[in-house]
Ligand binder design. Structure first.
Ligand SMILES: Cc1cc2nc3c(=O)[nH]c(=O)nc-3n(C[C@H](O)[C@H](O)[C@H](O)COP(=O)(O)OP(=O)(O)OC[C@H]3O[C@@H](n4cnc5c(N)ncnc54)[C@H](O)[C@@H]3O)c2cc1C
Length: 356
């Protein structure tokens, strides 16, 4: 299976106002399959995800692991499943709005919904599907008081434009692939690089760890086994960071820019405040439409709950199929609904781009 080429996903321009039939919050496996089920019924959808790539937990938490309980696929890698879903929804050309967390939601007087992202993209949608899984993945923060004030200027949890880090003194925190990849990538371009990790063992790919250790031995960079303690500030700007080693000694490291890669953790976030009924941090839905307690807002996948709910991809796929019919009825109540087989339906073939 060919991997998803992210450069081929049409980039959305943040800040636009978009009128759409449906907006799907969350591009995990269930959000992706929701596009397919809506597409079969001739309904277009926009997808928003706070991650920079589609796939949710499958891509973020266990891309290399095999899944054994997807019907008709005896074994399928988690990222492979995402790639297959991306291929399956290609005929419906959904627009992806990646790297954007949905932070605002409201119902308009005309019954439609306003959904706004942290980058200012606004959707005016006839129906909303929340496929937000276990929540929006957020970077684990450095844990130094007042650090928020420096985020985006000299403290970074993701690299947006690496050229701004060239010719700078960098301190990089973390022991996983992101920390090691950026250390190796930026070392030839930065003025200096210091890697700080809380322990001697790294989670990153062994080849990257060996390369980094070679650079340390050759004196091209430094590596400290320590924890962040405080910033060294000058006129309110970060000029360095104090780190505390296991033996209690504190080292002052010069830094123009501090990069932190402590991994991501899911946070239910603003969804909890949108007025729909929750049970144990999940949205209550019925099992006919998978509609939340707010008509027009549907929830599929790990984010929902109902009697007997099992947080499995398979369950989310079934929920998406039924939700699609309910969404069609919500948007076009006068339209007669037919169950059509993809095998034989000419209209579905047309939508799928399959020649009859
Ligand atoms: C290690 C591991 C192994 C697993 N193995 C299996 C298995 O073998 N079989 C199986 O069926 N299931 C398995 N699961 C569970 C499976 O991964 C989940 O059931 C599935 O990912 C749920 O899909 P989803 O689309 O509902 O949510 P998710 O995959 O969680 O995706 C939700 C997406 O919504 C985004 N999001 C959330 N809030 C917002 C917001 N406010 N704005 C923008 N975006 C937002 C998130 O960034 C995320 O990308 C496993 C899980 C783990 C962790």
């Amino acid at each position: 299976m060919e991997a998803t080429d992210l450069s081929e996903i049409p980039a959305s321009v943040p800040g636009q106002t978009i009128t759409t039939e449906v907006v799907i919050i969350g591009a995990g496996p269930c959000g992706l399959f929701q596009v397919f089920e809506l597409g079969l019924l001739g309904i277009k959808a926009h997808l928003v995800d706070s991650l920079a790539h589609p796939g949710g937990q499958c891509s973020e938490l266990y891309p290399e692991k095999p899944i054994y309980d997807i019907p008709a696929l005896p074994v399928c890698g988690a990222q492979e499943l995402v790639d297959r879903l991306m291929k399956q929804i290609e005929p419906f050309h959904p627009t992806f709005h990646l790297g954007q967390e949905v932070i605002e939601f409201s119902k308009k007087e005309d019954g439609r919904f306003l959904v706004r992202t942290a980058l200012g993209t606004t959707f005016d949608a006839g129906a909303v599907v929340i496929a937000a899984g276990v929540g929006s993945f957020q970077p684990r923060r450095i844990g130094i008081e007042g650090s928020e004030a420096h985020e985006g200027s000299s403290l970074h949890y993701r690299v947006k434009n690496s050229s701004t880090l060239h010719d700078q003194h960098l301190v990089i925190f973390g022991g996983g692939d992101s920390a090691l990849d950026w250390t190796l990538e930026l070392l030839p371009k930065a003025r200096s690089v210091t890697l700080v990790h809380r322990r001697a063992e790294f989670r990153a790919a062994p080849a990257s760890v060996s390369k980094m250790q070679e650079h340390v031995s050759a004196g091209r960079m430094r590596m400290f086994e320590a924890l962040p303690q405080s910033f060294l500030l000058e006129d309110g700007k970060i000029r360095g960071v104090n780190v505390k080693a296991k033996d209690g000694t504190v080292h002052a490291l010069s830094a123009d820019q501090v990069l932190v890669f402590f991994g991501l953790h899911p946070k239910l976030g603003p969804i909890a405040e949108w007025g729909m009924e929750l049970e144990k941090k999940a949205l209550k839905v019925d099992t006919e439409k998978f509609q939340t307690t707010l008509p027009g807002v549907f929830a599929v996948g790990d984010i929902n709950t109902y009697p007997g709910k099992k947080k499995l991809i398979l369950s989310g796929f079934h929920e998406a199929a039924l939700a699609a019919f309910a969404i069609q009825h919500h948007l076009y109540p006068a339209k007669k609904q037919f169950l059509q087989y993809t095998t034989t339906s000419p209209i579905m073939h047309q939508r799928l781009g399959v020649p009859d």
